[in-house]
Design a protein around this ligand. Structure first.
Ligand SMILES: *Cc1c(COP(=O)(O)O)cnc(C)c1O
Length: 236
């Protein structure tokens, strides 16, 4: 038991078991099949060695939120059977780097970013699935398009070379009722699917509120803390 990697593996395995139990319980309570919900392990601030352990435990999707951290980590983990998700805000000058490893970008919230991602994806011969991040609290500080802007942004993404419109993403407003927020996101998703039936992804739910999100139709949960432990405060 003195092997630190064995200990870390056991910690992550225990976190994964508990997260899987919560997802299964929330699906059962909502009358949904477990396979309707994808688990993305958010590995920000944790090392590539943790990504390897997650992969060995059967996790197939990982998420990151800062390009400076994600790019080298994805390179170190090249060869593992992983789908990489980018869940943080993106400056347009980072589009080329993000597109080099990310299969899914959850944070598309403005036409200029869609344009930059499209140019980068087309240049690299990649197809990137884009989720439209919706601001559910009218607080643009955390990113996101306001609900009334979703339809136009969806058209822009759907018409862009190299981009695939996948669906919507949101973070529940701080201090608000997550159930209400996720119900609103479900309505926005339903509206989007009248014009774009293929855009079925609803990326919603984190460690604290994944149960509420699954109750309201989330098809993808983004979980960090509950799998890997509390992150140290980030210092830039
Ligand atoms: C960090 C992060 C998560 C994971 O949050 P936890 O509360 O640690 O599960 C999910 N989504 C986004 C956009 C994040 O930045």
């Amino acid at each position: 038991m003195n092997n630190p990697d064995t200990t870390r593996r056991d910690e992550i395995a225990a976190g994964l078991t508990e997260v899987e139990r919560r997802i299964a319980a929330a699906c059962a309570a909502a009358g949904r099949a477990r396979q309707e919900v994808t688990l993305v392990a958010v590995t920000k601030t944790y090392p590539a060695s943790d990504v390897r352990l997650l992969s060995a435990l059967g996790v197939a999707h990982v998420g990151e939120n800062r390009d400076q951290e994600a790019a080298p980590k994805a390179r170190e983990c090249a060869g593992l059977p992983l789908t990489w998700h980018f869940v943080g805000q993106i400056q347009t000058n980072k589009a080329r780097s993000v597109v080099s490893y990310a299969d899914v970008v959850h944070s598309v919230d403005r036409p200029r970013l869609a344009e930059a991602l499209s140019r980068a994806a087309a240049g690299a011969g990649r197809r990137v699935t884009c989720l439209l991040q919706v601001a559910l609290d009218d607080d643009p500080g955390r990113g996101g398009v306001v609900p009334s802007g979703v339809a136009a942004l969806a058209e822009a993404v759907a018409a862009s070379e190299g981009l695939v419109l996948g669906g919507v993403m949101a973070v529940a407003p701080l201090g608000g009722d997550p159930g209400r927020a996720f119900a609103r996101l479900a309505e926005i998703s339903a509206d989007l699917r009248t014009d774009h039936p293929e855009a079925t992804v609803i990326s919603a739910g984190m460690s604290g509120d994944l149960d509420h999100a699954i109750a309201h139709g989330s098809t993808l949960v983004r979980v960090g803390t509950a799998l890997l432990g509390r992150r140290k405060p980030f210092v830039r």
